[in-house]
Design a protein around this ligand. Structure first.
Ligand code: ZN
Length: 423
């Protein structure tokens, strides 16, 4: 038997443990917000890593405002040195999950396994991926293969809310950094036969229009800020939307609709509280928050300028229209280079395990890739893991047992291949 055959057999032999560990992780409701149960979940992962011969360290996100006594932000990293320290392959998974929401037909935190599926909040996004990461490394050890390099597995917090106390914090403190880390694989649920090479950019901004208060019976004495926000919204609909939806990225973003630039209005607030007692007043303030997803080809500066230009034109055309724009969040797009060894190696693994080549995809949203590349300086990063993207954050979320086992195999083969340990 070759070492590859032995490792694949070791994954099959561990199938029950992999599923059980996924269920165990789901049974800890690490709901974010607010960030429940993080220390317990970090310890659960840490104990499993220690039993798989990893050296385990815990990292509290000291200095982050969201790291509080009530909701501590605790990350865990297991490190297992092979024959040499490099290359170092780091497998990262977030263990926070979004709130369950309504519409479940079973307990979102029971970790039920039925009909070849593991159900529960976080099953697909991404506790199955974390289990796959741990057992990919463990199968190699059980098969008696020593890597010509090292492997790390991290469980991190807050990906769903931006990852600042999680992967960003670890990258800022040098734990995920190009000076020590060569490759990063994030087993997010982007289909078991797809390799995810990055994501679009995000620009959240707030626009405020300022009017002038006056008696509602004589509105001509005032300036209505809501009306002026209406002007802006109409111009966005008429002028900006056709332009940006006409643009298409060369990145293989899924679903295809997200290959175009998009804009969503998150919320709007102006004038008096409509549920309260009303007085006759002209609204002197209106605010709206927008979520613009931009393409790597557009870039942030152009994206922002286009919006400022539109607002300036509205202000020039409409008497008394006064506006303010405030940046709330900017996430730059990232893209794994086409010649990254990660793509090749995962594709080889997919051919071996699933009998077919893996297509490339890019994420419509963002994930921790941005911190790995932009803070950690590591360009060799992809997302590859079990689960169907569309099921993430949905009621009755599930991950196929076959998916988890196959992804574990592909990641194990990638660990061997990247460290030149295949025979
Ligand atoms: Zn996720």
């Amino acid at each position: 038997m070759t070492s590859t055959d032995r490792v694949l057999a070791a994954v099959d032999a561990a199938a029950g443990e992999i599923v059980d560990f996924t269920s165990e992780l789901i049974r800890l409701p690490t709901v974010n917000p607010p960030g429940d149960g993080y220390p317990e979940c970090a310890e659960l992962i840490g104990r499993r890593l220690a039993s798989c011969a990893f050296d385990v360290q815990y990292f509290a996100a000291e200095g982050r405002p969201e790291h509080t006594k009530q909701h501590p932000r605790i990350n865990v990293i297991g490190h297992r040195r092979g024959r040499s320290p490099r290359p170092l392959v780091h497998l990262n998974g977030h263990f926070d999950v979004v709130p369950p929401g309504d519409g479940w037909t079973l307990d979102p935190f029971a970790g039920t396994v039925r009909d070849g599926k593991i159900f529960g909040r976080g099953s697909c996004d991404m506790k199955a991926g974390l289990a796959a990461a741990v057992y990919a490394a463990e199968a190699i050890r059980r098969a008696g293969v020593e890597l010509n390099g090292s492997v790390e597995v991290s469980g991190t917090v807050d990906e769903e809310s931006g990852g600042f106390a999680g992967v960003a914090w670890l990258a800022q403190h040098g734990h995920i950094d190009k000076s020590r880390t060569d490759f990063v694989i994030i087993p997010e649920p982007l289909y078991v036969d797809r390799i995810c090479i990055g994501h679009r950019g995000v620009y959240w901004f707030e626009v405020t229009t300022h009017g002038r208060i006056a008696h509602g019976s004589m509105p001509f004495h005032g300036v209505n800020a809501i009306e002026h926000m209406g002007v802006i919204l109409e111009r966005i609909r008429r002028e900006l939307m056709p332009t940006i939806t006409g643009r298409e990225t060369a990145m293989p973003v899924v679903p295809p609709g997200a290959r175009h630039a998009t804009l969503n209005i998150n919320g709007i607030d102006g004038g008096q509280q409509v549920s309260g007692i009303q007085t006759p007043c002209v609204a002197d303030l209106c605010r709206a928050v927008f979520d613009r997803r931009f393409l790597i080809e557009e870039g942030f500066d152009r994206t922002r300028q286009e919006i400022v230009d539109l607002l300036d034109r509205a202000a020039a055309d409409v008497p008394d229209l006064r506006y303010e724009i405030r940046d709330l969040m900017v996430v730059h797009p990232v893209r794994t280079p086409d010649d990254s060894p990660l793509i090749d190696v995962l594709d080889r693994g997919l051919k071996r395990v699933l009998g077919r080549s893996g297509g490339l995809v890019a994420s419509p949203g963002t994930y921790d890739h941005k911190h790995v590349t932009r803070i950690g300086g590591i360009i060799n990063c992809v997302a590859y893991g079990p689960g169907i993207l569309d099921l993430a954050h949905q009621p009755d979320e599930w991950c196929g047992v076959d998916d988890v086992i196959n992804a574990t195999k592909v990641i194990a083969l990638a660990l061997m291949d990247l460290t030149g340990s295949t025979s």
